[in-house]
Design a protein around this ligand. Sequence first.
Ligand code: FHN
Length: 442
Amino acid sequence: MKRIVLTVVLLASLFAAKAQPGYVPSEENLEARKEFSEARFGIFIHWGIYSMLGDGEWVMNNRDISYEEYKNLAGGFYPSKFDAEQWVKAFKGAGAKYMTVTSRHHDGFSMFKTEQSGYNVVDGTPFGRDVIGELYEACEKEGIKLHLYYSQLDWGRNDYYPRGNTGHESGRPDSGDWNEYKDFMYAQLTELLTRYPNIGAIWYDGMWDKQPEDRQEWKSMWDLDRQYELIHSLSPSCLVASNHHSAPFEGEDFQIFERDVPGENKSGFSAGQKITSLPLETCDILGASWGYDICKDGDYKPLSEIVGLIARSAGKGANLLLNIGPRPDGSIPEKGLELLEKIGVWMDRYGETIYATQGGCIPEQSWGVTTQKADVLYVHVLNHEDTIFLPLTGNKLVSAGLFDGSGPVKASQYKEGIVLTLPKPAEDTPDMIVELRFKNNL
Ligand code: FHN
């Protein structure tokens, strides 16, 4: 079997090697980008054997755990409460149009059946079930897209050599064949995309671990062309994105901002990352870390902050990918489920001002942001002010009102722009949304 998969990989890479230089996205890909852009909200899941230690997904590196010891965690992995359908229903109920799950994080453990290594959830744990496969089936059934997080960096394999900046205390010998490692990744990606043909995206992470200064050198060290062409040739509608914290490389289909609404660079991950014309996604955490943290999880962001994140991302034309870390037993912390439900109620009521909108023509202001669709501008007032000014000229205002019809809004149009006089928001209103209709499209 291993040989068959490797042959398929080889054939696919030969095909890729003949591909035209210069990436031209296929029609299926452009269609998938559109669907992705309209989705505006997804759920991110970091879940793996690291969850058992309840100290985030970096625990192996942070606590200098050797690979020989760490890998034994797999022998105790039995998430008795894991129910893919329940997860997916909860995410869909929250208004998410897709979910992204860690198929393999930096610890190198695969949450799917793979012929490339026994260090996987089916062959290496008593659980013996293909988590990614079950999530794929559940997503297909519920009609939401499954995206796969795939770590390029690996703290356990010898052939991840020369080493990068992390995972130095894992006890590996200082030798290994980098090309073998890359072949391993191609083989795994081939398995994933042939077994689960409707995967929405491969969400790479980790190439920042080995980063020469020169971008071309960086790109060729990781064989990005070969990787991306492999994915696009196996599954033309599968989007490729990489969380390398820098401008997108050719072959990537959307641009990721980690813990930053595009353009903010508050997290320090997006310095110099200009916003491009690709679809955008910002990812952030609901709790204290990406993977389950037994001490800090439960300290989730309040609904108002999440709504603010959704609106501010949409205001920048970006999706929000909101992370939650399930427990080692496969359950999602109750407080997290409650929050997801509340987000769902909000999205049900106000989703029209978020889904399939564009970033608003008015940049973020002290009071909030705008989104738009054809001739309608949605004004998201996240910080109440009695009157707000919109520097919008040259388009006649036809009507103004609160989106949910709960009160009047006085709107006066002047040569220089529009002044809105807002009613007092009811307590616990995270986002007062004003709907403005214009004579012409914005
Ligand atoms: O190192 C990872 C981290 O564990 C997590 O997966 C996040 C998600 O965006 N990305 C990396 C850091 O950039």
